[in-house]
Design a binder for this molecule. Structure first.
Ligand SMILES: Cc1cc2nc3c(=O)[nH]c(=O)nc-3n(C[C@H](O)[C@H](O)[C@H](O)COP(=O)(O)OP(=O)(O)OC[C@H]3O[C@@H](n4cnc5c(N)ncnc54)[C@H](O)[C@@H]3O)c2cc1C
Ligand code: SF4
Length: 445
């Protein structure tokens, strides 16, 4: 294996232990796992369509009909391999993918007036087995003598690194946090997947060997981009998005007003005390806002209200997520934005400005109780941290690249949220994998 120029930097490949009493612990899975009998029964409903639309709907193009057929014939191991060959993050994707808008949404049964095949639950059934029984299908390729640095230990870099190892290239992942897995560990709603499941997946895939993970190392601060470029044969930028965006209104710095993604991370990794919270507001209308609504209601906050500047019909969050939040008691102020937060020592009220159908202020204001406010209005883009590298184009903080993740500057590749501006885990996995193939080809192997 190649010489290690960063032996002095922190190194941790094992998952960091998480406290048992973290905020996410009380949540149970909202889609219960299949028993073997249920899995086989559901698999046997599949029509095994040729040119299956479910496969085309998946960004990683998992051969859905094939893996389902294998479950039906009792070949769970073969089924898991079919999934993982296409997407090494098949376990987490089975739980977190918005299947209603991807594979399940494309299933032909939707057009036949029958319930679509539960592809995500079938995928979960076999990939859970693969992880829990530690089925290992992949070996690192013969040592190529090439080494690749990857920035961030989220889905994009993990998928990229695993694919690179199969080609025999040495990988070092630099992760600024103490935990690995990116938003799979720190962001995904706990009723879909808890942080320990994400860490388990990372540990499982690292068993391929030769992926050195350095946690607590921030690229651009603890190690410069120029160093990475000089010392590695390629660099993959998989650093995701930045901090929660802010509105810039009065009182936003009061304790109790928090960024949604920052709050979710704390709730997933550590205990949270919501005993004093009676009125929570979630600002925004996207999927992070939907998750916050369901999380706060699941944690028994009595009044949880969404504040969105548009109408329910115009909300970018998935309708099925909003429906699920409503079942739990979610309320909403439509066509409203906070114009100030007020309180003595911490937030107690929010002043909302009302908007018309064109999202213009009507001049009317209402004041509502609020002892917790989560701002779910987007995350900043961090591509500008590559601005010093000539040849890399950045548009509104998003790193520009060709369809395989090459940035135009020799050695530099990008994938995941940093490239697509913020999509889903499965897109990050697909882009990480594409970049691995592009990097491998650039080595002329
Ligand atoms: C609240 C929330 C819920 C979500 N829920 C879902 C869901 O249910 N389903 C779904 O499919 N998608 C979901 N997503 C989106 C999904 O999580 C992302 O699309 C996916 O994680 C992107 O992967 P990534 O590897 O590009 O980035 P990330 O997962 O963000 O990983 C990037 C990693 O890079 C690290 N990093 C950043 N800067 C540096 C640096 N300078 N040096 C070293 N390390 C650095 C970060 O700490 C992080 O670990 C959700 C997103 C959010 C915010
Ligand atoms: S579209 Fe539905 S029925 Fe056809 S192969 Fe895919 S899951 Fe099976």
């Amino acid at each position: 294996m190649a010489h290690d120029p960063h032996a002095a930097l922190p190194r941790r490949t094992a998952a960091t232990a998480l406290p048992e009493d973290r905020g996410e612990s009380p949540f149970s899975d909202y889609k219960v796992a299949y028993t073997p009998t249920q899995a086989v029964a559901e698999a046997n409903r599949c029509l095994f369509c040729s040119d299956a639309p479910c496969m085309n709907a998946c960004p990683t193009h998992i051969d859905v009909a094939q893996f389902i057929r294998k479950i039906g014939s009792g070949n769970d191991r073969g089924s898991a391999k079919t999934i993982l060959d296409a997407n090494i993050l098949g376990m987490s994707c089975a739980r977190v993918c918005p299947v209603e808008t991807l594979c399940v949404g494309a299933c032909v049964y939707n057009t036949l007036g029958h319930p679509p095949i539960q592809i995500g639950r079938l995928q979960r059934y076999v990939t859970d087995r693969a992880l829990h029984e530690n089925w290992q299908f992949y070996k690192a390729g013969p040592d190529s003598g090439k080494k690749v640095a990857l920035i961030g230990a989220g889905p994009a870099s993990l998928a990229c690194a695993h694919n690179l190892r199969r080609f025999g290239h040495a990988c070092t992942i630099f992760e600024k946090r103490e935990v690995v897995g990116g938003l799979n560990t720190t962001g995904v709603a706990p009723y879909k997947m808890k942080s320990d499941a994400s860490l388990h997946e990372v540990e499982w895939l690292l068993q391929i060997g030769g992926i050195d993970v350095r946690t607590g190392v921030e690229a651009g601060r603890d190690i410069t981009l120029e160093q990475l470029e000089a010392e590695y044969d390629a660099v993959f930028f998989g650093a995701g998005l930045g901090a929660d965006s802010r509105l810039g209104v009065a009182g936003e710095d009061l304790p109790g007003v928090d960024g949604a993604v920052a709050w979710i991370e704390r709730m997933k990794l550590a205990p949270v005390d919501l005993s004093g919270v009676r009125h929570a507001l979630v600002i925004g209308g996207g999927n992070t806002a939907m998750d916050c609504m369901r999380e706060l209601l699941g944690l028994k906050v009595p009044n949880v209200t969404l504040v969105y500047r548009g109408t329910q019909a115009g909300m970018p969050g998935y309708a099925h997520e909003w429906k699920a939040a409503q079942v739990l008691g979610a309320k909403a102020h439509w066509q409203a934005v906070p114009v100030a937060f007020e309180g003595q020592g911490r937030v107690q009220r929010a002043v909302l400005g009302l908007l018309d159908a064109n999202k213009q202020p009507t001049g009317e204001r209402v004041t509502v109780d609020a002892d917790l406010v989560l701002m779910a209005i987007g995350q900043g883009k961090i591509g500008d941290m590559l601005a010093s590298l000539s040849g890399i184009r950045i548009a509104k903080g998003v790193v520009q690249a060709d369809e395989r993740g090459y940035t135009g500057r020799p050695k530099w590749y990008v994938g995941g949220d940093a490239r697509n501006g913020g999509k889903e885990v499965v897109n990050a996995a697909a882009e990480g994998q594409q970049a691995a193939h592009a990097i491998h080809e650039s080595f002329g192997k």
